[in-house]
Design a binder for this molecule. Sequence first.
Ligand code: URA
Length: 259
Amino acid sequence: MKKPVKNALALFFDLAAASLSTGFCAKGAVYDFEDDAEGTTENFPAPNSSPPSTPKNNNDSLEKIAKDVCACSACKLGAGRKNAVPGEGVPHPLVLVVGEGPGADEDASGRPFVGPAGQKLDEMLASIGLSRSKNCFIANIVKCRPPGNRDPESDETRLCMRFLERQIDLLQPLLILSAGRTSTANLLQTGEGITRLRGIWKSFRGIPLLPTFHPSYLLRDPNQKKFAWEDMKSLCRRLAELNPQYEAETGALRAARKI
Ligand code: URA
């Protein structure tokens, strides 16, 4: 909130208190508040002062990263995989979705988010005019399936993150949607739970990042879907603000406002 608004509000409350005879009277108090820090009013982080980082290796490509992922045996997950899952989508996406790691369906197919959670994710994206074939890229923190769908371990995430970082350097997505606790914890280097973090804009390498619930969690507990929808609307608002063409092409913000 800006300082003149704060000052006026404080005077208004003084007058209201006086006229309601609460016994409180500020007697001509003069207020001189400060503006809120940039970015605090809309729950958005301050705009970046520097542009997103440029590709570190000019010879890198998404194809090369995929090849390196498929050849990787840096951690124990490599030995147990049927297929590595590098990720898929468009090369310059509006949104990069980051999940935790492949499950059984993804391990079998080599493609990210293709099982029931993937269908849910596709639905969530479609609700605001997004899809992996048109304007998104879908990737994971670890590119090989952890056995029994356990959480990836810290050495596995540490060794695998370099692939995601290379992907982000090339993709330069406008926004990142971080799906679930594991992805958010690794991207933001935080132990804070996803229930606290979801819906709050953060940033990763200068790119605005929104944590939300993992689609598998929404399948297990449909009562949480209302929160995920709030997050999708927030993503939609931010996209429309940053890229007017997105709203012109999809009409997603207008549609979301009606629901
Ligand atoms: N869950 C994930 O986090 N990623 C996938 O690719 C599939 C399921």
